[in-house]
Each structure stands twice: as structure tokens, then as C-alpha cells.
Design a protein around this ligand. Sequence first.
Ligand SMILES: [Ca+2]
Ligand SMILES: [Ca+2]
Length: 202
Amino acid sequence: MKKSLLLAALILAFSVVSFAQGDNLIIDDFETPIIGGLDGTIDFGSGNGSSVEVSSEPEIKYSNDSSLKVVYDAVAGGYMWIARGFDLDAQNAGWLVDPQDIIWDDYSGLAFYMYGSDSKNRIAVDVKDSGNEVWRFIINDDFNGWKEVVCLFDQFVVRDDWQPESSDKNSVIDFPLKSYQFEPLPESSGTLYFDRVELIKK
Ligand SMILES: [Ca+2]
Ligand SMILES: [Ca+2]
């Protein structure tokens, strides 16, 4: 009896270990209400004539009960951002995991699920590093429905069009990262959905 219990415990332990290995880390799933403003759960905005609206989407979703819906109109010369993470103006926009608790050396990139509409529009995916330097990876909406989009850290380039005043501008992607953001690029308009953001295990 004791032997079989021990064996069961061992099998369980090994299966937990093997499950953990090669496993991505889910940092966001858009399951909580999407609220703007300083007390909000998402940091978003636009300028120079562009506009963006964000909401929680219960029907078109990839995982669990909801996704993030983004309705955008990016005009020439305009800009926008839709950000989640830490050290943003919105105080409750944090991920499911604190960046300080992540072993960043274990992960090679950021991935998320996007519901495309084959609009051929381009979307910038930015991350802000621990020195407030903003890095960019550009993706294309060239598919229909849900697809996993993978953005490897070594393929991000430092933004040369804009950096926060507090950016260390050292051209090194310093971990832990603090936030990520999406920016549909001008000139384009449409609707996108995002779900389940994760870090890619090396
Ligand atoms: Ca979700
Ligand atoms: Ca840096």
C-alpha cells in the first residue's frame, strides 16, 4: 500500500516537472473588466486625430471567457497606444505575474493570440524595458481569425521615432520588462481582438 502510494506520488511529481518544462508563462488573459482612466485596468489613448476604443469581448475570444477588443482609426500623423503592465498611468493594468517574479532568462519572446481580418494593416508591438526604453516589433494583419503571433526579444528594435524622457537610451533590452503595448499604424482602421499573452519558454 505504502509502495503504491509512493509510486503514485513519484509519478505525480515527475508529471508536474515535465509539465513545467517547455511551458510558456501566461502573463495576461483579459479576463477582468476593461476600464480606462488612472484607476483603470488598461492604459490607452490616442492623439493627432487618431482614435481608439477598447472593451472586453465575450463572444470572440481565444481562451477562457473574454478577449480584448480594439476598434481603431489611425490617421496620417496620428498615434495611439493600448498598454498593459506596470509603471503605467493606469494603476491596475498589471499582468497576472509581477515582472520581478519572472526568471526572464528562461524566456525568448512575447507571444499572443490575435484575431485578424486580413486587412493588411500593420500593428506595432512595443515593450518597455526596465530602463524605460521602448522596443518595437511590427506584425501584419494578414490572416483571418485567431492566430498565435510570436515576437522574439532578439528581433525587437529600439524605437527611433519616440522614446519616453526617462528612457535610458542604452540600446540594450534590459530585463525585467515592465509593460507591452499595441499600436495599429497609420493609415489604417478596423477591429482587432487580442487574447492570452505569454512569454515563450526557451
Ligand atoms: Ca481570455
Ligand atoms: Ca535599455
